[in-house]
Design a protein around this ligand. Sequence first.
Ligand code: MG
Length: 314
Amino acid sequence: MQKQRFPALGDWTEKKTNSFVEEKLVIRNPEELKSKIGKMISEGAQQIQIVTDFDQTISSFLSPATFSLFRMSELSPQDFKNKMQSYYDYYVPIEKDQSIKIEEKNKHMHEWYQKVSEAFHEAKFTKSLSCQILNTSHIYLRYLFEPFFNKCVEEHVPFHIVSGGLDRVINTILASIHEIDTYEEMTLHTNEMIFQDDTLEKMEMLVTATTKAKILETSGIKFRNNTILLGDLPSDFYMTKFLNIPNQVSIGFLAQDHFNQLEEYKKLYDITIIGDPSFLVPLILLSKVMGCQLTEEYTQLFNSQNYDELRELL
Ligand SMILES: [Mg+2]
C-alpha cells in the first residue's frame, strides 16, 4: 500500500475558527515593501510560494500548540501530563533565554524532545484518543485562513509548513478544510507521530524552534522566486534564511500583550500585524498576485483605515 503523504488521526469534527477582531499593521519600510509587492505581482502566479509556521500562525493566539494539547487535555493520563508539565516548566525558559548560545540551546532542546518522545511512548495514545483530544481542545483557526488555504490549493501554490508541532494533528486540522493528500504542492516539515497499528509507538522529533532555519535548506525542494512568509515568533522569520530566494514579503503576527516586542519584530518582518490577526492581509496579497477579484466582504474589511498605509502600496 502506498504511504499516505499526510496521515491524520481521524476527523476534526469540532472545527473552530476565530471571528474577526480589529488588527493593527506596522510596516517596517513602506518603499521597500512596495517594490517587493510590485515584483511579486509582476512575476505572478507561477513564481509565488508560501512558507509558514503552524502553531499560533495558522491557529490563533488563544490556541494551545499542537504539542501542548496532550499536556493540557483532561483525556491524557495524569502521569504523562505531570511529566510533560515538568519538562515544559524547565525547558521553556531555556528556549526563550536570549543569553544562551545556540549550540548550548540546541543541546537542551534535543534533551527536551527526547524526554517528550519517551513520555509519549509510555502513555501509549491511540489514534482515536488523540483525535478526541484534538476535538475537545481549544484550537481555533485564524479568521480567513480557510479561504486563503483553499485559494492556495486551487491555484496550486506551493505551501511549505515548518512546524515544531505534530504532523497528524496538523494534517487532521488541514484536512478539515480541504483534501490534502492530493495537494501535490504542499510540504510539511514537522515532528512525526508514528503509530504501530492503533497505538503510538514513538515520536520522530525533527523540528524545534531553534532548528527551523535549517529544515528547508536540506529539503531538496526547488523554490520559486517569491515568498510570502508567515510566522508568529522572531525565529520563524529565519525559515527561509538559507534558501537564496530573491524576493520575500514577511508577515509576523504579534499578540497585543507582547507589544513590547514590537521593535524586535519590526527589525525582521516587513509587516507586523498586532492583535489576534486574521488572514486578511495574506489573502489580499495572494489575490493581487493571482489577479483574482476580491469578494465584497474582504474588500469591505480591507477598506478600514487600519489598512490605509498598505492599501496605498498595492
Ligand atoms: Mg508558532
